[in-house]
Design a protein around this ligand. Structure first.
Ligand SMILES: Cc1cc2nc3c(=O)[nH]c(=O)nc-3n(C[C@H](O)[C@H](O)[C@H](O)COP(=O)(O)OP(=O)(O)OC[C@H]3O[C@@H](n4cnc5c(N)ncnc54)[C@H](O)[C@@H]3O)c2cc1C
Length: 267
């Protein structure tokens, strides 16, 4: 696994407190799969733990890796101060990623991507890859924002994009489930929808409850708080239903962050 210094190629503030950082990281960009993440270290020896950030895009040809992050605490505050040319330590790629091959099922006629807040960026890489692999399948993308959207255009080449926001500043006023109901997602015994999602736990919990009314397979990316990022510290357990019916706790970073939606037990 790659663990070394990479250089910031560019960085911009897309919206207040939300940054797009592009890194020169050819090895990582070549390997990356949608739904995977990297661990980024702050250039400050007093902050030992890395910060996990999902891969928003990976350009294998140019060797560039795009991350989008919100400033929430000391680590992300430090990232936001770094200018292009700054070197940062990065470990990755980490995590299992979304299972793209599930979209090959002939009965899957509709692919739905649902992103909530900072869970939206990894859906971009996923949308592009699914579009390249399954151009014949329709992709509908539902992105939920608190208010004004800070990303949208980038999704347009890959399918239909719907925004939902709490205050209705753009798109549908309501949550992503209201928007999906409004857009009438149809499934029957011969047609199945495949839904991939990443976002806040309450959103995924609601999707899990809502999906029972449909013939739908779901995959959830759990961006829980993490410590080490590779399974050594047991700091990010997820409660999961096993195939034999037993319940087990697994590290999100080691076994995930993507799990079958029906297996995740939200508390
Ligand atoms: C697999 C994975 C992928 C992620 N991808 C992204 C991404 O693409 N973009 C992005 O902006 N963030 C992402 N996160 C969250 C990001 O890692 C945290 O926001 C970051 O580590 C916070 O570091 P900090 O030092 O700035 O804040 P801290 O000082 O550590 O925390 C400040 C505040 O942020 C909250 N916080 C910290 N970590 C998380 C978390 N994982 N989820 C929710 N709240 C948190 C804390 O509870 C606290 O209130 C991801 C997390 C995981 C586990």
């Amino acid at each position: 696994m790659f663990c070394d210094y990479v250089t910031i190629h560019s960085q911009e503030e897309m919206a207040p407190g939300i940054f797009r950082m592009v890194l020169d990281a050819p090895e990582v960009a070549r390997e990356a799969k949608p739904g995977q993440f990297v661990n980024l270290y702050v250039n400050d020896p007093t902050k030992l733990l890395p910060r996990p950030i999902s891969i928003c895009e990976a350009d294998a040809e140019k060797g560039l890796l795009t991350l989008i992050y919100a400033v929430v605490g000391k680590g992300t505050e430090a990232f936001a101060q770094y200018a292009p040319g700054t070197k940062l330590r990065l470990m990755g790629v980490l995590g299992n990623g979304f299972p793209l091959e599930r979209a090959a099922q002939p009965e899957v006629k509709e692919i739905i991507l649902v992103g909530g807040g900072l869970g939206i960026p990894p859906m971009l890489f996923l949308a592009r890859k699914l579009h390249e692999m399954y151009p014949e399948k329709g992709i509908r993308m539902f992105n939920g924002f608190r208010s004004t959207p800070w990303i949208e255009e980038e999704f347009h080449p890959y399918g239909e994009v719907f925004n939902a926001s709490d205050d209705g500043k753009s798109g549908f006023q309501g949550n992503v489930i209201d928007a999906m109901e409004y857009k009438l997602i149809f499934t029957d015994k011969d047609t199945k929808a495949l839904l991939y999602t990443c976002g806040p736990i309450p959103m995924m919990k609601a999707i899990q409850k809502w999906q029972t009314g449909y013939n739908m397979e779901t995959w959830f990316s759990l961006e829980e708080r993490m410590g080490c990022g590779f399974g050594a510290c047991a700091g990010c357990p997820a409660k999961l239903r096993m195939p034999d019916g037993s319940i087990k706790k697994e590290g999100v970073c080691k076994m995930g962050p993507v799990f079958p939606g029906e297996d995740v037990i939200f508390e």
